[in-house]
Design a protein around this ligand. Structure first.
Ligand SMILES: *Cc1c(COP(=O)(O)O)cnc(C)c1O
Length: 400
């Protein structure tokens, strides 16, 4: 028998990717639903309940449009429904996902300006205010903000973005990508004055990939009425003419049975408790990584503690060590799936996703397996990071 073959996986895979995320058994069972006519009254009841529940999670009382497609579909829907060729957008740089959304906007014929930022420290809001103040003619139609940059493990405080718009009296729409924050981090569309909130199914909502949505404010609906970019499948006007007020074509009914269960789980736990659980588990991961960073070991990529993401942590490898080697060992030897570095961070970071259906033993098992993988890969680190996570989780449990 070869000694180089991967160990046969036994037990459950620990899926520590920041999206897709673990799907709870009850959601898996709910998704396994027979086909049903999407105009069947029984389904319409489920559908309407899901839309109402999604609005509660988005904390909006305005419009929601849904799409059969991953988060990218909702990104595109937001852009083509709001703007006209040549319109100017201002993208706040956060990392790979802000770059990708900006590139999509360029592909669609929009002018994209960027508020540049250091990926490890995050944007300086004075620079955002200055860019808005300099735009005295109000050419900028929208500010695009990625609430949680999944590539770097950093949160962008949306209230600060709103404050910059208000302080400069700038009328630009505020578009927020909440794909890896919704259902994991506090988000309040209406209270925070977000005009379009973009979300997807396979992250905090713990569903299979394939459905995405946008919350849309009344101001954004007014901008939609004037927009001239070509659109048909994603057109909100076309969607409003349908019973479902979303989806051109067949409605992905199975995902709605899953969404109904997802919303039930989130509301049974209580959104505030869901956010607190994410904060607790994220802090365990960070304490572990901080411990590893001794002996010139891997360190937290994010250098701004007030912006640490509670849904994903990016871990920066020491110079000369390949993050992919750690990921490979974790997967092949321990059946732990970690996220890789995206774009220019490829090979430099690995990412531990800690959002969705997750508890203490899952986090501890993942961290322990990563620590073994660091040993096996010959990566310098201070051993015992898992003990730091244990100490924190005990402290948090005692205080609860
Ligand atoms: C995952 C993700 C996307 C892309 O969504 P897909 O469902 O993969 O198309 C966009 N933005 C953020 C912040 C993400 O985490």
């Amino acid at each position: 028998m070869s000694t180089t073959t991967a160990r046969a996986p036994r037990g459950r895979q620990f899926f520590a990717n920041p999206g897709p995320t673990n799907i709870p058994d009850s959601i898996l069972h709910a998704v396994a639903h027979v086909s049903i006519d999407f105009n069947d009254p029984a389904f319409l009841t489920v559908y309407d309940g899901c839309v109402a529940g999604l609005k509660r999670v988005l904390r909006t009382e305005q419009e929601v449009f849904l799409y059969t497609g991953s988060g990218h579909a909702a990104w595109e829907a937001a852009l083509v429904n709001l703007f006209s060729p040549g319109d100017a957008l201002l993208v706040i740089e956060t990392g790979h996902f802000s770059e990708s959304w900006g590139k999509m906007a360029k592909d669609l014929g929009l002018e994209v300006g960027t508020v540049a930022a250091d990926w490890r420290r995050g944007v300086d809001f004075a620079a955002l205010r200055a860019a808005l103040a300099a735009d005295t003619g109000h050419a900028i139609k929208a500010v695009c903000a990625v609430h949680n940059e999944t590539a770097t493990g950093m949160e962008l405080p949306l209230t600060e973005v709103r404050a910059a718009l208000d302080a400069t009296g700038h009328p630009a729409l505020l578009l927020a990508d909440t794909i890896s924050s919704l259902g994991s981090l506090d988000f309040r569309m209406d209270e925070w004055g977000v005009d379009v909130a973009v979300g997807g199914s396979q992250k905090g909502l713990m569903l299979p990939t394939g459905m995405s949505f946008t919350g849309v404010s009344a101001r954004a609906m007014a901008a939609h009425a004037a927009s001239r970019l070509p659109k048909s499948y994603f057109s909100w006007t076309n969607m409003l003419a349908r019973r479902h007020r979303s989806f051109i074509g067949t409605v992905p009914t199975s995902l709605f049975y899953g969404l109904r269960e997802s919303l039930r789980l989130l509301e049974e736990e209580g959104l505030d408790n869901v956010f607190a659980r994410h904060a607790r588990l994220a802090e365990a991961v960070r304490r572990c990584v901080r411990h590893w960073s001794g002996n010139d070991g891997p360190q937290l990529f994010c250098l701004s503690p007030d912006r640490f993401s509670n849904s994903v942590t990016a871990v920066l490898m020491p110079e000369g060590h390949d993050a992919e080697a750690v990921r490979r060992i974790a997967l092949q030897s321990f059946n732990v799936s970690l996220g890789g570095g995206l774009g220019r961070l490829g090979g430099k970071v690995f990412r531990i996703g800690h959002l969705g259906d997750l508890n203490e033993p899952m986090i501890l098992g993942t961290l322990a397996s990563v620590e073994i993988a660091l040993r096996l890969a010959g990566v310098p680190h201070s051993p015992g990071g898992v003990d730091a996570a244990i100490a924190w989780l005990a402290e948090a449990a005692r205080a609860a």
